[in-house]
Design a protein around this ligand. Sequence first.
Ligand code: ADP
Ligand code: ASP
Ligand code: MG
Length: 443
Amino acid sequence: MKVLKFGGTSVGKPQRMHHVASLITSDDSPKLVVLSAISGTTNTLVNIDQALAEGKAEIAQQLIDDLYQHYQQFLQELYQEPDALQKGKSVVDDHFGLLKRLQGQDYQPEFEKEILAQGELLSTKLFTIYLKAKGVAVSLLPALDFMAIDANHEPVIEVIEKKLKALLSADEGSGLFITQGYICRNHEGNIDNLKRGGSDYSASLIGAAIKAEEVQIWTDIDGMHNNDPRIVEKTFPVSRLSFDEAAELSYFGAKILHPASIWPAQKFNIPVRLLNTMQPEAAGTFISQDTSEDEIKAIAAKDGIVAIKIKSSRMLLAYGFLRKVFEVFEKYCTPIDMITTSEVAVSLTIDDTTNLQPILDELQGFGKVEVDRDQTIICIVGAQVAGNRGIVRKAFDSIDKVPIRMISFGGSKNNISILIDTKFKKPVLDRLNIGLFSIDLIE
Ligand code: ADP
Ligand code: ASP
Ligand code: MG
């Protein structure tokens, strides 16, 4: 069985849903299809939740009404058959009924996850009604019945596998299944989610749970590009990546994949293909254990980084100093991305600033602490990239006018990371595109 995930823009218009329906029914091979919410829905749900949390009832009302109107229009264009239209309307009324009920109550923090879950619940139900009206045999699998996370918000593959396999074997053999991306249940049995963009992660977890033949991520671009297409002109798709390369690129900002979406596939050696819904014949990107020999694959950038420097003469010739520093980050559950040390100072970066202040307060006890905000990590990824003198020279030559705050080199063979002020991000990505891919030669 293959797992196919379609993102928000792929189902963002009724015509796109029609197109996805023809893509998944073009052959009879068994498929498990994971859908995101219709594009824009989750953002609006976030705004509705925020307005309710802040007691801004009128704003919440307006947002709910506008979204409801959007769905009414969507239904009209999605269905040709009156019976399907009627079923679609009652699904929409059910889910908006829930929003209205929550709106009428005193706000509770638990509302958030329930509100955010409505997008995927709606898209999958509306799509299933459409397929059934077309005479397609299909089963809707509720993700809330199998997608499970533990108390640390980590997915529990064994539970997902057991519950999902039971649901699949109870089915009468339609061979085509639809389920929701993004949403799950937590260890208390409450509705939760896999964080924004999490439908990719759902697809990969499902692929791992059922040992799928392949996981396909269908989106609005023809694969992983060599550089961020939102910022740089003249980028191109990379045909092959290893799991490690794809994981680094997604973690360091390539939005096409949720940062955690590679490890489940990698753990069970399930290939992942990135494909373009609007251009299904394009080759896309194939991600597997092997990689092609091209030394450089792609560049990604991650914003919102904070650099922290701790300077202390106590570090000189001392052991145990770094352990104490790391323990502070561990205590506040804050991952460190980059790290460099000298005999008297250590610099490191974080992107989760939730506990920045208590972290800084504790670090003051070890020495002088300096903080730089609005930093960006630029990550250059490719097989052996860090071992190739030609690439290293070209990379640094092409950005020689830019002040560099930190460099991480040699941590892995696949990656060179550079920390810069975010204001230099566009010129750095542009120059690396020219310097590393001779991009001006490509028309
Ligand atoms: P979906 O809604 O299908 O999940 P996303 O918007 O999450 O789609 O991801 C696709 C987008 O990722 C693309 O439209 C593109 O703008 C952005 N993106 C960022 N970096 C890259 C990259 N290196 N390669 C391809 N797309 C990228
Ligand atoms: N709908 C969710 C979001 O917008 C999950 C996803 O699209 O992957 O973040
Ligand atoms: Mg996405």
